[in-house]
Ligand binder design. Sequence first.
Ligand code: KG4
Ligand code: ZN
Length: 354
Amino acid sequence: MQVDIHKENPIILGIETSCDETAAAVICGRKLLADEIASSATTQALFGGVVPEIASRMHTDEISAVVARAVEKAGIRYDDIDAVAVTYGAGLLGALLVGLSFAKSFAYALGKPLIAVNHIRGHLAAAYLDCPTLKPPFVTLLASGGHTAILYTPDETKEEVLGGTLDDAVGEAYDKVARVLGLSYPGGPNIEKCIREGDGKPVVPMPKMLKGGGGYDFSYSGLKTAVINYCHTKEQKGEEYSKADVAASFEHAAIDVLVQKTMSAAKEKGVKTVTAGGGVVANGYLRKRLQEECDKRGYALVLPEKRYCTDNAAMIASEGLIQFRQGNFASLELNAKASIPLSASLRKETKGES
Ligand code: KG4
Ligand code: ZN
């Protein structure tokens, strides 16, 4: 198959089905032409979290229509597509397989190359949707349901993980705390709503997140347990407590440490640009705090729009474009991977992995 990797504005179809969102997007160069998403989150909320089998079935029902809508809204013909980029991991295996099988058949039928996208790389590439001219060096905060990490990108070819998740990821802590407070899945947005019912002040004491936690690693299990213990003790004593106050106190503790460590990393590495990605980056308080601290220090902050922080296919197409330009194509033997360690997600190691 002949592929012109130097084509100025290639058209990439991105497909994402790693969890409960069935998503497809089309980009032309760095310009987003269409972005479609069908979510099973409302159904999943009835079960208090993502039920893998329900996710797989919803993807199977939705994938063809979602891709067709994306292509139609982009105003292109199928034949205009230069490559099909798809999430192959990490995620729910059955869910991944729906998107991956679809993408493989689609690429094969069109005679176009397939690009294997690591979901985490997609979250990192979402920043380019907001700022097509973004260039290293920069420091990135990755805050999702599976990862809390800080990365340093000195140039296009290298990356370094400065610190990562020691136990629960920050999004996971949001989801677990939400459950304890009787709020439905997904936890993050529902905790934000709950906070708005109070005055937003962090009046409930929470463990110090930086205590003994130098470096750039993150531990959220102590904070999560402190919230659970607080609520259970109140309930056992028959005492009332304000969910909004608990939620606000949790959020301040959870977010402040992300901002502090990101600023320390930017200072240590001497960069002038900070980026962020992952579902938790949709959080209003995190966005505001990052902006305030970056403004104080004169750093440029590149944040994807909220809808490109949570799972979507535009970020998969965005990462697909980077790989297209490197000529990094996958074979049709590509299989789905339920887990991929963060260290294996680094740019230099993903090259050739597919
Ligand atoms: O990046 P993502 O969509 O999926 C993963 O790749 O993990 O992240 C999902 C996580 C969930 O834990 C969800 O509660 C959290 O992101 N999240 C938020 C917000 N929106 C989603 N956390 C805090 N505030 C939000 N607004
Ligand atoms: Zn994600």
